[in-house]
Design a protein around this ligand. Structure first.
Ligand code: FES
Length: 167
């Protein structure tokens, strides 16, 4: 009887070691498969929009592409209810700054409130819509999410899904 109990105890101890070893092996494998933090961070660009003034235009870079950010509120800039992004109290146009014709980088002309592409004369309005010349469609919207006053480029948040009709 005592022998049986001893064998049960030893079996439980070995079982415990085996379970702990298996869990440790799974954890080690997961660490190996997960991308490095530096690789994960490389796909995202975070921009704090709070310092931007009304009417200000900025270009930031995300995955090697120019991203246009135009702050709309409290100015005579055209607001675009179905194209702007609301962040805090401000409305912003956020678009990939590559012409949808052949990929040149249009320039923002604040006096005319248009993005003008020097390559073949294409134009986009302050809502990102193609309004003149060969561009076949509006400026593209980069995947983004909003975190407080920050724009995080590279992840599809609810605001992005609403804009592109995925929500
Ligand atoms: S690349 Fe912009 S109009 Fe052709």
């Amino acid at each position: 009887m005592a022998d049986q109990k001893r064998r049960d105890f030893i079996g439980m101890v070995f079982g415990g070691f085996a379970a702990a070893g298996g869990a440790a092996a799974l954890y080690a494998m997961k660490r190996t498969w997960d991308p490095l933090p530096s690789v994960m961070a490389a796909g995202f660009t975070t921009v704090d929009l709070s310092p931007m003034k009304p009417g200000e235009f900025r270009t930031v870079t995300w995955r090697g592409k120019p991203i246009f950010i135009l702050k709309k509120d409290h100015t005579d800039l055209k607001k675009c209810d179905d194209a702007d992004v609301k962040v805090g109290e401000g409305d912003y146009l956020v678009r990939i700054g590559l012409c949808t014709h052949l990929g040149c980088i249009p320039a923002w002309e604040p006096g005319k409130q248009i993005f003008k592409c020097a390559c073949h004369g294409g134009e986009f309005d302050a809502c990102g819509a193609n309004t003149f010349g060969p561009p076949p469609r509006p400026l593209d919207i980069p995947p983004f999410k909003i975190e407080g006053t920050k724009l995080v480029l590279g992840e599809e948040g609810p605001e992005y899904k609403k804009l592109v009709g995925k929500a």
